[in-house]
Design a protein around this ligand. Structure first.
Ligand SMILES: *[C@@H]1O[C@H](CO)[C@@H](O)[C@H](O)[C@H]1NC(C)=O
Ligand SMILES: *[C@@H]1O[C@H](CO)[C@@H](O)[C@H](O)[C@H]1NC(C)=O
Ligand SMILES: *[C@@H]1O[C@H](CO)[C@@H](O)[C@H](O)[C@H]1NC(C)=O
Ligand SMILES: *[C@@H]1O[C@H](CO)[C@@H](O)[C@H](O)[C@H]1NC(C)=O
Length: 478
């Protein structure tokens, strides 16, 4: 399941909330809205059109390419564990809630699912539509808002699935780095979505089912922004996704080691956009029209850990593929599930196929090795190519460029929202990084840990989640 946020449907006016006595029964209804209506609404309301609306991400076909990195967090008092997908393409944390009728009850990935129950957490608080969080999220007071009405949320993802519900406030429990390399649990009160109605894959499938999604987008509603609003956390986070042995690191805080080179983030975008200049395959720069990567009116290329593969404009894709396959003229390439180009190859792919280098503004480059962009399909000698043709037409008619997990894997990727840069470096994600405590200035080592599970799948995909937050945080946020 490729989850790609297309649009945050902040359709306050279209959502009707009914609260039945104190029980918080919450039927949510959304008025039918056409896609163009939503886009128009979204651009006028948020001042940013998510031109990814038309983006077609391909199916959720091959089980080997499901790009689901997730982490365990604690919510409520007493704290219960929830497994949530880590997604840099969306802006809030939400989990399935107890009144949800169509939420998955079991998961094929060997984790126990938990529904969040506000009534069974001593610290759960109702978030009224009058709450500041609500009015700033909706950029104004919701029409017809009364104090006893909850603040609703609704998100649609690129694969057609959607979640709607209402916000609640409760304690988030996480690991705080407090030694080398020890961690201790700490908590902080945050506002997150309580999922009451799910549709699409969230509702119907136990395949890869999780409790929810933690969004690391730039909006003020994200967990990162909420913690940063206290002034005790810098808005800097990083991930290191390990495809060799699985797992990896996800941490908040300023990384002091390794150092990464950076490229500017395009400001005021819904996603993490950077400026891609050109692409080099096997030492040759692809000959492309100068405006090739100008989708979204020059606003560049989207970096998104919630997407698995990498999507390129057609003209780029065609050139890249012919260069990638040039060394293997006798290879028989066939189409699997109508979207993946696959072949049989028994040699070492790193010697049989070229390295692809993406060059960004400020001379930052991203090296993608054959073992990163080729993935196994049905056994060791069958491979499929992770580069995909972008199917979208953005506003100016340009295909968009979107880089997902496979190009970001085995690299430390640092998102610095203080300085509006993103940077990366090739890295062994099973080793450790050094992160600085904002308050004390002490540098801590954050290592990759594995959360044990009976399922090998979960070991392969779970990230440890560390927040480097000063001990003062509690008193400030609470
Ligand atoms: C949150 O942290 C405080 C202080 O450490 C602790 O007393 C409280 O029990 C914690 N709450 C939860 C839900 O873990
Ligand atoms: C987000 O939060 C920042 C800092 O608290 C504030 O300056 C800004 O206006 C907020 N943005 C929105 C859209 O509410
Ligand atoms: C952010 O920018 C400031 C000022 O240019 C600089 O001093 C600081 O080192 C930068 N922070 C990081 C993490 O690069
Ligand atoms: C990566 O780091 C781990 C932990 O330090 C180490 O065991 C492993 O050998 C390293 N892998 C590579 C390829 O260097």
């Amino acid at each position: 399941m490729d989850l790609r946020i297309l649009l945050i449907l902040l359709l306050a006016v279209e959502i009707f909330c009914v609260v039945a006595n104190a029980n918080l029964v919450f039927p949510v209804q959304r008025r039918q809205a056409s896609l163009t209506g939503i886009k128009a609404h979204d651009s006028s309301r948020r001042g940013r059109i998510l031109s990814a609306v038309d983006f077609n991400l391909g199916g959720n076909g091959l089980p080997t390419v499901t790009g689901l990195y997730f982490t365990k967090i604690g919510l409520g008092s007493p704290s219960k564990d929830y497994y949530v997908q880590v997604d840099t393409g969306s802006d809030i944390l939400w989990v399935n809630c107890v009144e949800c009728t169509r939420c998955p009850r079991k998961s094929d990935i060997g984790i126990g699912l938990t529904l969040y129950d506000p009534k069974r957490s001593k610290t759960s608080e109702f978030v009224s539509c009058e709450h500041n969080f609500c009015s700033s999220t909706y950029e104004g007071r919701i029409l017809g808002c009364k104090a006893e009405n909850p603040c609703p949320y609704s998100i649609s993802y690129g694969d057609g699935s959607a979640t709607t519900g209402y916000y609640v406030q409760d304690y988030l429990t996480f690991n705080r780095v407090n030694g080398n390399p020890h961690t201790a649990t700490q908590n902080s009160s945050i506002i997150f979505g309580c999922g009451a109605a799910q549709s699409g894959t969230f509702a119907s499938s136990s395949e890869e089912a999780l409790d929810g999604i933690i969004g690391f987008g730039q909006a003020n509603s994200s967990v990162l922004s909420q913690l940063a609003a206290s002034g005790k956390v810098k808005k800097i986070f990083s991930h290191c996704l390990d495809t060799n042995v699985g797992g990896g690191i996800f941490s908040i805080g300023e990384v002091v080691e390794p150092k990464v080179k950076t490229t500017p983030l395009v400001p005021n975008m819904a996603h993490y956009n950077v400026i891609l200049k050109n692409i080099e395959v096997d030492g040759d720069i692809l000959q492309l029209p100068s405006d090739t990567f100008d989708s979204e009116n020059g606003k560049g290329t989207v970096i998104d850990s919630g997407t698995t593969l990498a999507y390129l404009p057609r003209i780029v894709y065609d050139q890249l593929m012919s260069k990638v396959l040039a060394k293997q003229p006798r290879l028989k390439v066939y189409l699997v599930e109508e979207q993946y180009s696959c072949f049989q190859y028994t040699g070492n792919v790193d010697s049989g196929f070229p390295i692809v280098k993406l060059h960004f503004e400020d001379s930052l480059s991203l090296t993608v090795y054959p073992h990163d962009y080729l993935f196994n399909y049905k056994g060791d000698s069958y491979w499929c190519i992770g580069w995909q043709k972008s199917a979208s037409e953005t506003k100016n008619g340009k295909d968009m460029t979107l880089l997902g997990d496979f190009v970001l894997s085995n690299k430390l990727v640092v998102y610095d929202l203080e300085n509006m840069t993103i940077g990366w470096t090739d890295y062994n994600c099973s080793s450790s990084i050094k992160v600085k405590d904002e308050k004390t200035g002490i540098v801590h080592t954050v290592g990759a840990h594995k959360i044990s599970s009976s399922s090998t799948y979960i070991v392969g995909r779970i990230l440890t989640f560390f927040l480097l937050i000063s001990a003062m945080l509690n008193s400030v946020i609470n």
